[in-house]
Ligand binder design. Structure first.
Ligand SMILES: O=P(O)(O)O[C@@H]1C[C@H](O)[C@@H](CO)O1
Ligand SMILES: Nc1nc2[nH]cnc2c(=O)[nH]1
Length: 300
């Protein structure tokens, strides 16, 4: 049963081991698939699940304990299936803090994946670029992140630590697996899309508003390459419980950094660019899944 925990910021819901286990047990009773890889689809990127063969799909509304998706471009389905010889589970729709989910609900699926036997988590998102060399339609392989809500005390690991998942003070200095990043770069070259792909630092903010110009300038100065409203909390929880992580940001817009610039970002534009690049991203992720080693959590 989830419990209430009083934090610096007031009362928060925390989920306990039993909550994750119940959801995992239900899923294991409903599908024969035993996933090794989990994929979280960002805004407008749900089509990554279309490549899965022999699908078993569940609406979030039907999964006990699962939060619900409320954002356009996040279908709210969990899809199990085979992708190039690997068993995968794919979230068509993720949870964001700005929807009103507690951080434990935002990251709930990650621990469920761990209990399903997943070893590798692939996170994708739509993001705005701050780096001058990244333009809409580009693909950024996430090298590292800045978790702004986490720095301010909004961390999904707040509250009593569950030692069954991981340590009280987990290291975060190698969040994004170097071997998988390198493999993804090689695949991009082989697929002829290397000019679209580069590595960079992602920053997570709380949203749901897009950045002010002062905020954009601040993050640019701090060395952030792309900004979005998700991913970092999921990755913190994944690394805590020993999952290997690979992350991709699809750059859907540039973040306005000048008072003279009259461009204005909106969610519909974000979804449009996601759609345009969906095929390229699907090819890249499929090949990465195909070529990754799933039985050794430390190697590629
Ligand atoms: O789920 P992601 O991070 O891909 O979604 C991004 C951030 C906001 O939820 C939304 C803004 O358009 O896209
Ligand atoms: N915070 C933020 N999230 C995004 N998601 C897609 N584009 C953006 C952006 O420009 N800013």
């Amino acid at each position: 049963m989830s419990k209430s925990w009083v934090s610096l910021w007031g009362s928060e819901q925390v989920c306990v081991h039993d909550d994750y286990q119940k959801t995992a047990d239900w899923l294991l009773s409903q599908t024969k698939h035993r996933p090794q890889v989990a994929i979280i689809c960002g805004s407008g990127l749900g089509m990554l699940a279309d490549a899965l063969k022999c699908q078993d799909a569940f609406h979030y509304t039907d999964i006990p304990g699962f939060p619900q998706s409320t954002v356009q471009g996040h279908a709210g389905r969990l899809v199990f299936g085979e992708l190039k010889g690997k068993t995968c589970v794919c979230m068509q729709g993720r949870f964001h803090m700005y929807e009103g989910h507690s951080l434990c609900k935002t990251t709930f699926p990650v621990r469920v994946f761990k209990l399903l036997g997943v070893e590798t988590l692939i996170v994708t998102n739509a993001a705005g670029s701050l780096a001058d060399g990244l333009k809409p339609g580009d693909i950024m392989i996430i090298k590292d992140h800045v978790n702004f809500p986490g720095l301010g005390g909004f961390n999904p690991l707040n509250g009593p630590n569950d030692d069954k998942f991981g340590p009280r003070f987990p290291a975060m200095s190698a969040c994004y697996n170097p071997g998988l990043r390198c493999l993804a770069m090689d695949i991009a070259k082989q697929q002829g899309v290397a000019e679209l792909v580069q590595e960079g630092v992602y920053a997570a903010v709380g949203g749901p508003n897009f950045e002010t110009i002062a905020e954009a300038k601040l993050m640019h100065r701090l060395g952030v390459d792309a900004v979005g409203m998700s991913t970092a909390p999921e990755v913190v929880v994944a690394v805590h419980c020993g999952l290997r992580v690979f992350g991709i940001s699809l750059i859907t817009n540039k973040v306005v950094k000048s008072y003279e610039d009259r461009e204005c970002v909106n969610h519909e534009g974000v979804l449009e660019v996601s759609k345009l690049r969906s095929h390229t991203l699907q090819q890249l992720v499929s090949e990465l899944v195909s070529r990754m080693d799933v039985n050794n959590n430390t190697a590629v």
